[in-house]
Design a protein around this ligand. Structure first.
Ligand code: INI
Length: 179
């Protein structure tokens, strides 16, 4: 039977040995976010990233994550970024504004810069739900985000557009003939 041609499949691997990863973390609800950070670092280290390949930027709250991630992407050009935050529902609608804007802002930041940003912002009704997702009953979402960042960082390298040919410099142009 003739061999059927298979479609070419492209995917990022889970090796972080050559990647540079930025982490932007919110200090608000730091009891939770620091545990998510531990999970993300565990995933990066176990994928082969050394500490000097990782840069951590701290911001006051989740609302500030998108702008810091965008500036980090534009200035330091990491292969991938992880945004870590925790938004807990309170008595007012503040929660809705922060959680909606942080998700939208992070999506905009990755679309504007082309640097993949793993979304590790918990949006929970209760502290207990957040604790469950920061290393207790439901695993550690930081670890999952760390793996997503490694995979997307590697995928991005494979999907990088070819660099256009450099324009000729004045030196490389042939000298004008004198009339
Ligand atoms: N920031 C959070 O990261 N989580 C929250 O639950 C939260 N709540 O509920 O208020 C929160 N607010 C602060 C916000 O992110 C900004 O830092 C603040 O509004 C200043 O811009």
């Amino acid at each position: 039977m003739p061999n059927k041609p298979k479609p070419k499949s492209i995917a990022g691997n889970l090796t972080a040995a050559n990647l540079r990863v930025g982490i932007v973390i919110s200090r608000f609800n730091s009891f939770i976010t620091e545990r998510l950070l531990d999970g993300a670092l565990d995933a990066l280290n176990r994928s082969g990233a050394a500490d000097d390949q990782i840069e951590i930027v701290r911001v006051p709250g989740s609302f500030e994550l998108p702008v810091a991630a965008k500036k980090l992407a534009q200035s330091h050009h990491p292969d991938a970024i992880i945004c870590i935050g925790c938004v807990l529902r309170g008595e007012t609608s503040h929660y809705e504004h922060v959680s909606n804007e942080v998700a939208r802002g992070i999506q905009l930041a990755q679309m504007d810069t082309g640097v993949p940003i793993a979304f590790c912002v918990l949006t929970c009704d209760t502290l207990e739900q957040a604790i469950d997702r920061a290393g207790l009953k439901s695993g550690n979402k930081g670890f999952e985000a760390g793996l997503a960042a490694v995979e997307m960082g590697n995928l991005s390298r494979q999907l990088r557009p070819a660099t256009p040919a450099a324009p000729p410099t004045s030196k490389s142009k042939s000298p004008r003939k004198r009339r």
